[in-house]
Design a protein around this ligand. Structure first.
Ligand code: LLP
Length: 415
């Protein structure tokens, strides 16, 4: 379902005109539809009847208002840093539903997570297991863990967002995982509770998920036979969304596959979706500053750059771009580029758009890995973010001020 629709030539979200929000809050501007998030969450949550927990991957969109929305729906959270855990807590999320992934957990981060009482550490290496054990013993606690196994499955996605192959830094190779479980079972600060895997992002087929799960379940059986029984299996995130012509499985199809494969196992299912919950709930609105004739292409120069949305520059990601108001003017073909001084600073190339200087245009599917990957490169203040629900708009992040740019910088007093 599409939550951003043209009504009388104006792009609207929940009945609110995008142009009006752009005028009210200025640009670049992220706008999110709460209803869209709720519907996808419920699609995941209500499509199976085995014990399960949906843990939203905070990195996809870390705004505390988005986290709060998820929390109210009953979500747990997948986090990868102390900062993400602090966000979850700030937003009223329940730390006892938090899974902590990530390859580089520092001592202070592990201490904080143990103190807050998270559900589980997804351990990504042998030395991390030792570190967690030592810290837990010092704190007189037992750390609940699962091992993130790397099943060596090709997720058939962009190499930068593929994580489950031998060449990737993530997880413990599945061949070494058994020995690490046996070792973990001996560690007094460790409580083994589950198994985890995450093979990549923007997957558009079920097969890699299914292959990964088969491999992980073989290990589960072997562990069971050797006296290590697990309470949960965490299949990570990764379900793709429609940016262009992709036909990804629906959350229901994906959940059904998992449910079918898990029948006969006494395991709670955990999943960590990020993108699929928020990507199509968000748009990035920007204003055309200039239309510039080029020798080879014409350029629509807009006020959102790669610092606001880096996906096209980083992954050559194609994201749909259209106007916020449909006018009866002729289309031109443009490379839609931003203000940043880099040739990779583009939102889209070769786009046919009926636009004039001053018009607002919209990049779709921008709710995931948009704002959360933004920066202030070129000393550009970070964008504002708006949540729309029931026809009302709520500012959920103020635009940075110029002062914010150098708030933490210090002019040294030198002799
Ligand atoms: N769990 C773990 C351990 C992860 O590393 C990730 C994403 C997720 C869950 C959520 O995956 P999702 O459902 O969003 O696919 N910036 C890239 C995507 C990076 C994904 C990183 N890990 C992009 O814009 O395409």
């Amino acid at each position: 379902m599409n939550y951003f629709k043209y009504e009388d030539n104006f792009l609207c979200v929940d009945g609110v005109k995008v142009c009006d929000l752009a005028k009210k809050y200025s640009t670049p501007l992220y706008i999110y539809s709460q209803k869209s998030i709720e519907d996808v969450f419920n699609a995941y949550n209500e499509s199976i009847d085995i014990p399960h927990q949906v843990c939203y991957a905070v990195k996809a969109n870390s705004n505390i208002a988005i986290i709060q929305t998820m929390s109210r729906l009953g979500a747990g959270f997948d986090i990868v840093s102390k900062g993400e855990l602090a966000r979850v807590i700030k937003a009223g999320g329940d730390p006892s539903k938090v899974m902590y992934s990530g390859v580089a957990k520092r001592v202070d981060e592990i201490e904080y997570a143990l103190e807050m009482g998270i559900h589980c550490f997804n351990v990504e290496s042998e030395p991390e297991m030792e570190r967690i054990n030592e810290i837990a013993l010092k704190m007189e606690k037992k750390a609940p863990i699962s091992i993130r196994v790397n099943p060596d499955v090709d997720a058939k996605t962009h190499p930068y967002i593929s994580t489950g192959m031998k060449k990737n830094k993530f997880g413990v190779p599945i061949e070494r995982a058994f020995a690490l479980y046996k070792h973990a079972a001996e560690l007094p600060g460790i409580e083994i509770i589950g198994i985890d895997c995450h093979i990549g992002s923007q997957l558009t087929e079920l097969k890699p998920f299914s292959d990964a799960l088969d491999r992980v379940l073989l290990l589960v059986k072997r562990l069971e036979e050797s006296g290590i029984s697990l309470k949960h299996i965490d299949m990570g995130g990764g379900l793709g969304v429609v940016y262009d012509q992709e036909v990804p499985p629906t959350p229901q199809e994906y959940m059904k596959l998992l449910q079918d494969k898990l029948s006969g196992y006494n395991l709670k299912l955990i999943i960590e979706p990020g993108r699929s919950l928020v990507a199509n709930a968000g748009i990035l609105v920007t204003q055309v500053q200039y239309l510039k004739k080029g020798e080879l292409h014409d350029f629509a120069i807009v006020d959102a750059g790669m610092n606001d949305m880096i996906r096209p520059a980083l992954y050559q990601a194609w994201m749909k771009i259209d106007v916020a108001e449909r006018k009866n003017i002729e289309s031109g073909v443009y490379d839609v580029v931003g203000p940043v001084c880099e040739s990779s600073d583009f939102l889209g190339k070769d786009r046919s758009l009926p636009i004039e200087q001053g018009d607002y245009i919209v990049q779709f599917s921008a709710g995931a890995y948009g704002f959360s990957m933004s920066s202030t490169y070129n000393s550009r203040p970070m964008a504002a973010e708006i949540l729309v629900n029931n026809g009302k708009d709520y500012m959920i992040r103020k635009r940075d001020t110029i002062d914010d740019l150098y708030r933490n910088e210090i002019l040294p007093v030198q002799e």
